[in-house]
Design a protein around this ligand. Structure first.
Ligand SMILES: *Cc1c(COP(=O)(O)O)cnc(C)c1O
Length: 225
């Protein structure tokens, strides 16, 4: 199957209100162009330099999302155009995004990343830490940031019960915040969950943004960096 077939098949299988973020990291410009021609407009990248190079060469109406671990010293490069940063994992990063947003007078949309997986290597807040952060009235502290929801990565396991349990835990927390803090965070609407191997489970458990890479573009070529 071609990239455009994959895009169409995945998109057609998604319920209304769930959007596909095509994760194009380590894939060449030509592959992104093929997905673009098939109608895909949201792409996700995880390295600032790679993203910067792609943005320069690709159509202006692409919505770029940042999904990887973001270093504070790199925020300034993407602040002017990034549509959504999925991977805010420290308050320090939030502070920096706010600072860069203020400099250019742009309110930057972000998601808070939840660490739910068993692996220690993954980034993000525990649910308790995230709740504590959201209790701080972030809209007042960081007016150049808008909190649009949560992102998580499930454990890298074959066990669907485990994956589903993690998605359900994050979903329950997401629901709680959307209901209780609707006034404080009016844009808190997005739940970014699900990758190539687990996105159908994520969709069944309330995901609104699925981040699919290899199922669209094939294996990544890590020699690109
Ligand atoms: C690479 C990546 C994806 C896409 O992974 P695939 O398994 O290729 O679909 C999704 N989310 C994050 C955070 C990633 O880093």
């Amino acid at each position: 199957m071609s990239i455009s077939d994959n895009i169409r098949e995945i998109t057609n299988g998604l319920p209304k209100g769930v959007r596909l973020v095509a994760i194009s990291k380590y894939h060449p410009i030509a592959s992104i162009e093929e997905a673009y021609i098939a109608g895909q407009r949201i792409f996700g990248e995880s390295h600032v330099q790679e993203l910067q190079e792609k943005v320069k060469s690709l159509p202006q109406d692409i919505e770029w999302h940042f999904i990887g671990h973001l270093q504070t010293n790199k925020v300034k490069y993407i602040a002017p155009y990034i549509s959504l940063i999925h991977s805010v994992d420290t308050e320090k990063l939030l502070t920096e995004i706010n600072k860069q947003g203020e400099k250019i007078n742009r309110i930057i949309p972000i998601l808070l990343q939840i660490h739910i997986a068993e692996e220690e290597t993954k980034f993000g807040f525990t649910i308790a830490e995230c709740e504590e952060l959201l209790n701080k009235e972030l809209s007042r502290l960081y007016p150049f940031v808008t909190v649009c929801g949560l992102m998580c990565m499930a454990s890298n396991t074959e066990c669907e019960t485990q994956i589903e349990k993690e998605f359900q835990t994050v979903r329950a927390f997401f629901n709680k915040i959307s209901e209780q803090k609707n006034t404080e965070y009016p844009n808190f609407r997005e739940l970014s969950m699900g990758m190539s191997h687990d996105y159908p489970l994520a969709v069944n458990n309330g995901s609104t943004l699925v981040r699919v890479g290899s199922k669209i573009f094939g294996e990544r070529d890590y020699s690109l960096h």
